[in-house]
Design a protein around this ligand. Structure first.
Ligand code: GLU
Length: 481
């Protein structure tokens, strides 16, 4: 790359950070990082009707959580501040005046109803309506109250290169006299983003497919302004679960922070989104941030729609959760009021089984709730596996276990617990009838009070010998009562 790379992410404040937008931001950021360039965050708030309150803090929070830092932009400042388009109106106006002076722009003299009549006339003649066919013969000076239109050049064919899609082209029908500044004084997207990309020295523009058809407009405006257009890279569409249609809200297209609430870690979101539409050309599936920066290459971004696979997301999320230290796991898991000591003991089990922090929280509230409070026991369930011809067998098994557990050290591994207690269950197995279950079930039930729980050895290790003793005693008391 000869000139210094500058990329940007330019969301509109519409209240939602869908994963397609986040993926675009990610690729623009990876590209800048890979080439030692700069990444800008700019907010495009020129369409006041679509604006949703509090979008900007939402965008900032989303990208910050996700883990991409911007070198300049909103909330951070930089040489091209302000980075909020509604605070740059003078600049757009200055560009507009320049275009008027050079004969590239003119005020639109028509009222809404006059325009409507011209449109209807074209429809009546079965012709496409083109504003450029109705340019006023005599121009009035622009007073800022009428829309300002671009005087589109007539170019038979537009061709350009897209870094992902290769040569693209459009015929002259692709460009009409589009509006540069609206009657409310705000610039259109077409003018504002081009002025900003020029002013901010943007070299590479990554964005969605919906902008391809407008590229001839952009190119002719760059030319009218005497500026060189940046390189364009069009991102692949993100497809929904059926692999055909674009991912929509109805398919569950979610906001990035919904994934945070569901207990996904940002490392996994970044890893998985990088792979939606890009591949490293190898089998590598897990990528850290630094590995992504090193491996990312625009030439491996695909043209066709890319599938967002939530099953793969679960696998990747579990991978990144497991790389956290136990301390980080606890700090990041949002485990509100769980007893820290017990939680610490449960982390290895949570890492083994939970694929998201939400699953981990659900486990703590469900099958692992017994770690935090003593279970309420039911006599019938306790003796459910007792062979009919050996009344009292459950009680004696529990007494035998009690003796063995009392001899255990207070802090003990699951392996040691198993080695210590299993012989008792094996001996029962040899007797036939109830089998190991006749010993292990009452133990597991005495400790958990649940039909579904981790195995009894794990429970003993998690609860510790003293608490195990107390729970076995409580079970024996029920049988005696
Ligand atoms: N503000 C535009 C959007 O949110 C950005 C398009 C662009 O990146 O140029 O769709």
């Amino acid at each position: 790359m000869n000139s210094k790379v500058v990329t940007r992410f330019a969301p509109s404040p519409t209240g939602f950070m869908h994963i397609g937008g986040v993926r675009t931001a990610l690729y623009a950021w990876l590209f800048a990082r890979k080439h030692g360039g700069r990444f800008i965050l700019r907010i495009e708030d020129t369409d006041k009707e679509r604006e949703v309150a509090n979008s900007i803090p939402h965008i900032i929070e989303s990208l910050t959580w996700f883990g991409i830092e911007w070198d300049e932009g909103i909330d951070r400042g930089g040489p091209h501040a302000p980075y909020l388009q509604s605070k740059r109106l003078d600049l757009y106006r200055a560009y507009a005046e320049k275009l008027i002076a050079a004969g590239h722009a003119y005020p639109d003299p028509y009222s809404e109803s006059e325009l409507e009549a011209l449109r209807n006339e074209a429809v009546g003649k079965k012709q496409p309506f083109l504003f450029r066919d109705h340019r006023p013969a005599k121009l009035s000076p622009w007073d800022g109250r009428q829309p300002l239109r671009f005087r589109a050049p007539r170019i038979a064919r537009y061709e350009w290169n897209d870094l992902v899609r290769g040569r693209l082209s459009a015929g002259e029908e692709a460009i009409d006299d589009f509006i540069l500044i609206k009657s409310d004084g705000y610039p259109t997207y077409n003018l504002a983003h081009i002025v900003d990309d020029i002013e901010m020295g943007v070299t590479h523009v990554m964005r969605g497919e919906e902008f391809i058809s407008s590229t001839p407009k952009f190119l002719s405006l760059y030319e009218a302004l005497g500026a060189t257009a940046p390189a364009f890279a069009t991102m692949p569409v993100i497809l929904g679960p059926d692999g055909k249609k674009k991912l929509s809200k109805r398919d569950g297209a979610k906001d990035l922070l919904d994934y945070r609430a569901e207990g996904y870690v940002p490392e996994a979101m970044m890893n998985v989104l990088a792979l939606v539409g890009w591949n490293p050309g190898t089998d590598q599936e897990f990528f850290s941030k630094d590995e992504l920066i090193a491996a990312f290459d625009l030439s491996r971004v695909q043209v066709s729609g890319a599938h967002f696979d939530e099953v793969k997301l679960l696998t990747i999320n579990q991978h990144w959760m497991r790389t956290l230290s136990d301390e980080e796991f606890i700090a990041r898991g949002d485990f509100h009021d769980a007893d820290r000591e017990k939680l610490r003991a449960a982390v290895p089990l949570l890492k083994e089984r939970a694929r998201t922090f939400r699953e981990a929280r659900d486990m703590l509230a469900g099958e692992l709730a017994c770690l935090f409070e003593k279970p309420a026991l039911n006599r019938g369930k306790l003796v459910a596996k007792e062979p009919a011809d050996r009344p009292g067998m459950t009680k004696s098994a529990l007494e035998g276990l009690l003796g063995l557990v009392q001899a255990l050290p207070s802090d003990v591994s699951t392996g040691t617990v198993k080695e210590t207690l299993m012989p008792l269950a094996d001996a029962e197995e040899k007797k036939g009838k109830g089998g190991r279950g006749a010993v292990l079930w009452p133990l597991r039930y005495a400790l958990s009070g649940q039909e579904r729980s981790p195995d009894p050895f794990t429970l003993v290790a998690l609860l510790g010998a003293a608490e195990t003793v107390s729970r076995i005693r409580a079970a024996i008391a029920i049988l005696e009562g």
